[in-house]
Design a protein around this ligand. Sequence first.
Ligand SMILES: [Zn+2]
Length: 122
Amino acid sequence: MARELNQKHIDEIYELLLDSKRKIENTLNTISREHDGLSDMDLSDDGDFAAASRDYDNDIHIKVQQQEELSLINHAISKIEKGVYTGLCEMCDSEIGMKRLRVKPYAKYCIDCRNYIDGNKK
Ligand SMILES: [Zn+2]
């Protein structure tokens, strides 16, 4: 029988989530600021332009990842605020475990389900 997280652990996860949320919002803000700067830049040299657009592609990639993470974080935060957060896997109801949640506080699935989903994505 999987045990739900106690309040002390939920509070800890909540703090971690708010912290990650702040960090991601900072990263996303920095990326948008850089892109605003990029369009103002005078990129007359082809080499400069290639380098700038490589950075841009890379930033877009980071941005997409960060936005996905942010939506998972918001999902977890809203569950905690509604009092329905259990710390159990949304797929199989087993414990995700504090060790995993401390690294990935927004994790929805236990490691087995995560691997199963990732394995099916290919
Ligand atoms: Zn699971």
